[in-house]
Design a protein around this ligand. Structure first.
Ligand SMILES: [Zn+2]
Length: 441
């Protein structure tokens, strides 16, 4: 029980809200979003319900447990493509906490099914298992005062803890939903993982949850309802190579690549000056063996992003045309030896798209956030929700709570400042979306 034991008819949740004035007065959002009255009403009815209110109270009481769990899971390494060990522990926890059935799918996603009373729809609710940190990174949690320092402690280990906390609170308060809920630890969100877990979940014959609620990113106010799309390439120009004097006239991969980049930028600059926001970046360049050798290989890595799928397709097309032109012209200039080749390896493809703000899951995300006196702000980002959003499946990404920073850096930290509020908000959103069926009989 919390220290403020409810002795009156006031619901415990009302007491929680009464203590929120300081939180609510912190500056939140600049872009106000309208919540339709029926969704605010739905949330009011849920919070007034004794069973839901008990679950929200449990969510707060579980905070010390959640903190211990965060440390435990953070210290299980989960480098890209190596999430197995953390996934196994996540699966054990899903079972212990009461999921009806638990399994790991063909890509490595760990899934716990909690059956609803009707089970007509399936709500997916997940965080990502992987971190950006390579094998061998020290993931020991260092505690300084109330601050936890460790690679991955916030992104997205705390997200996994929110998912598990919601399951535990629903189970212990015996809240039943109408629809089935899948509690998911998703693989491959970061970097070259390229959303592989979600792509598998939403493949043609995949489970394809009807709605996706993702936990990733910061505090309460930011609600990602728009997916920022990107494509990434690793381009390799190859040729025979040779001595810079002796083999002069041999086709030069570095020269070809330089031309290609120049032609790409000529077009890309125009494409990104107007219309939906679009970007391009040659991020890494390499190759060659010495200053007096014609390289046998030159390579680069390129990232392109856009708010709009059509703009992304256009800049990608311009990019590929420029690579061809650079190759062709260098081969035409060559005075001896075989022609160069180019390999355009598409190493990243994150689809884009956006949810209409009137979509029920977006409205519910805003309404449940407003219940905490916080104005939700709809945002665009690249998260696991990109995959369902691009397919037209309703999805949002909500924050993991607390205060944190330095994500993707070794000095990442996270502080448990009223972090249980994010668990309560996530719980309300899951129950609102899955439909409240009553206490388990
Ligand atoms: Zn993340």
């Amino acid at each position: 029980m919390p220290s403020t034991s409810p002795s009156t008819c006031m619901s415990p949740f009302a007491i929680v809200l009464a203590g929120l004035t300081a939180f609510a007065s912190t500056p939140a959002s600049s872009s106000a979003q309208t919540v339709e009255p029926r969704y605010s009403e739905e949330v009011r009815a849920l919070t007034a319900n004794a069973a839901v209110s008990a679950a929200l109270e449990r969510a707060e009481e579980l905070d010390p447990w959640a903190l211990e769990l965060l440390i435990e899971l953070t210290e299980i390494p989960a480098p890209p493509f190596m999430e197995d060990e953390r996934g196994e522990r996540f699966a054990e926890l899903l079972t212990e906490l009461g999921a009806d059935s638990v399994w790991t799918d063909g890509e490595g996603n760990v899934i716990g099914l909690r059956r609803g009373s009707r089970g007509e729809r399936t709500i997916g609710f997940g965080g990502h298992l992987d971190t950006v940190f390579p094998e061998g990174t020290d993931v020991t949690v260092r505690q300084v005062g109330d601050t936890l320092f460790a690679p991955g402690v916030g992104d997205d280990t705390r997200g996994l803890v929110v998912v598990l906390s919601v399951l535990r609170a629903l189970e212990e308060a015996e809240v039943e939903t109408e629809d089935d809920v899948l509690f998911v630890g998703v693989v491959g969100e970061e970097g070259l993982g390229d959303l592989r877990g979600m792509k598998y979940l939403y493949r043609d014959d995949g489970l394809r949850p009807d709605v996706w609620i993702d936990v990733d990113g910061g505090g309460l106010s930011r609600i990602v309802s728009m997916g920022l799309g990107s494509v990434r390439y690793r381009v390799t120009f190859q040729g025979p190579g040779g001595h810079s004097w002796g083999a002069f006239g041999t086709a030069n991969p570095a020269h070809a690549m330089s031309r290609a980049v120049r032609y790409f930028q000529d077009v890309a600059d125009t494409l990104t000056r107007s219309g939906p926001r679009t970007s391009y970046n040659v991020g890494r360049i390499g190759g060659g063996t010495s200053v007096n050798s014609v390289p046998f290989e030159s390579w680069m890595e390129v990232d392109m992003r856009s708010e709009s799928p059509a703009s992304l397709a256009r800049i990608e097309e311009a990019f590929l045309a420029a690579m061809d032109r650079g190759l062709r012209e260098e081969n035409e200039l060559r005075r001896e030896g075989p022609a160069l080749t180019v390999d355009n390896d598409r190493i990243g493809d994150r689809p884009s798209g956006e949810m209409d703000p009137s979509t029920p899951v977006v409205q519910r995300a805003l309404a449940t956030t407003a219940a905490f006196g916080v104005q939700g702000e709809l945002a665009r980002s690249s998260t696991d929700s990109n995959v369902p959003i691009a397919l037209g499946v309703p999805a949002v990404t909500i924050g993991r709570g607390g205060v944190g920073s330095n994500g993707h850096a070794p000095n990442e930290y996270w502080i448990d400042r009223d972090a249980y509020l994010a668990v309560q908000r996530a719980l309300l959103l899951v129950v609102a979306e899955a439909g409240f069926a009553g206490p388990i009989s």
